[in-house]
Design a protein around this ligand. Structure first.
Ligand code: DAH
Length: 345
């Protein structure tokens, strides 16, 4: 037996791992249940008693050597693992489940909440004209939002003529309410999610690209009470049934009166904490009754119809929901961040 052990030792030391599947062949030839080394172990029974100790030691050493050689060759060489990709008998790698982006999760939830109370979804172009982003929304010609500092212009034709010809990236999704009013007759009940663009330096608190959802409701006899009830429903569906809301007077050129909506801070139940800066309230969105001048500019009879509108930032809602307060994380697509939003099955 001693000679056979020596022979196999030489063989495995000189074994060439140079063909596809050669590590597997090595394993089968020497280490599998019917392999040469296993068979030697079977024969060990017939070794005379006085040689048992010495032979057993040599056999164990041979087996360890074969295992070491096999191991270093199966993980050592890249070319081996590349080649063995052709080995269709290998078990597959588990595929990791993907995760929806938090902005998509929140957008879908907003759509779902408003669709339950009869709102449709409308979309409009990201490359817009001044008319739909500013003029028809009652922005004065010298309003600062039209400034190059805030708006990405694609072509600015307004030097001698009127600014109405300017082509730009929309700075808010309110442009879609103009398009809807131009094209549809009341009753109108729609929300418009989408991407918006502003010329801002990127930081934790500001980004040049972000997402908004615009809401618009036009009909006869629509009042501020309808706006209030709609947004109360939305807030409780989104943040929880015990949430309270409040309106603060505000100003937007396209609504009159205008307000900003706050929801009570869920973390401290309104008592005051770091997240709500000790006010007990979190700012959520802007809203108001659609300005008569806007209805008129979009071809809606403002004697007959009234309406409300609101606009919210999706990142803002995601921040409140997930407490991720660095905006850049939403755009970097770092897999370590995104995988945390994997659905739990
Ligand atoms: N467009 C506004 C913004 O980007 C948000 C907004 C406020 C939209 C009030 C509205 C509204 O429809 O009524 O800041």
């Amino acid at each position: 037996m001693k000679e056979i052990i020596e022979k196999i030792k030489r063989e495995i030391e000189e074994y060439r791992f140079d063909s596809p599947g050669s590590t597997e062949q090595f394993r089968i030839r020497y280490l599998s249940r019917r392999g040469a080394i296993s068979l030697l172990f079977d024969d060990f029974r017939s070794v005379p008693a006085d040689l048992k100790k010495e032979t057993g030691k040599a056999l164990n050493e041979l087996k360890n050597l074969a295992q070491d050689i096999l191991e270093s060759n199966s993980r050592g060489s890249l070319s081996e693992s590349a080649v063995s990709l052709n080995d269709y008998t290998r078990p597959g790698y588990p595929l990791e489940a993907g995760a929806r982006h938090p902005i998509s999760i929140v957008r879908n939830e907003i759509i779902s909440i408003f669709s339950r109370i009869g709102f449709t979804v409308s979309e409009g172009p990201e490359i817009e004209d001044d008319n739909h982003v500013f003029s028809k929304l009652n922005f004065a010609p010298d309003h600062p939002a039209r400034d190059m500092q805030d708006t990405f212009f694609i072509s600015r034709l307004s030097d001698e003529r009127s600014s109405v010809d300017d082509i730009l990236l929309r700075t808010h999704t309110s442009s879609v309410q103009v398009r809807v009013m131009e094209n549809e007759k009341p009753p109108i009940r729609t929300i418009s999610p989408g991407r918006v663009f502003r010329n801002e330096a990127v930081s934790a608190r500001a980004h040049c690209i972000f997402h908004q959802v615009e809401g618009l409701y036009i009909d006869t006899n629509v009042s501020f009470a309808d706006l209030r009830q709609t947004l109360l429903f939305f807030s409780r569906e989104m943040f929880g049934p015990s949430v309270e809301i409040r309106f603060r007077p505000s100003y937007f050129p396209f609504t009159e009166p205008s307000a900003e909506l706050d929801v009570s801070c869920r973390l401290c139940s309104g008592k005051g904490c770091n997240v709500c800066k000790h006010t007990g309230w979190l700012e959520v969105l802007g809203c108001g009754m659609v300005h008569q001048a806007v209805l008129g500019a979009c071809g809606i009879d403002s004697e007959k119809y009234t309406g409300f509108a609101f606009g919210m930032g999706i990142e803002r809602i995601a921040m409140l929901k997930y407490r991720v307060d660095d905006l850049r994380l939403y755009f970097e697509n770092d897999i370590r961040f995104l995988s945390q939003f994997r659905p739990v099955f």
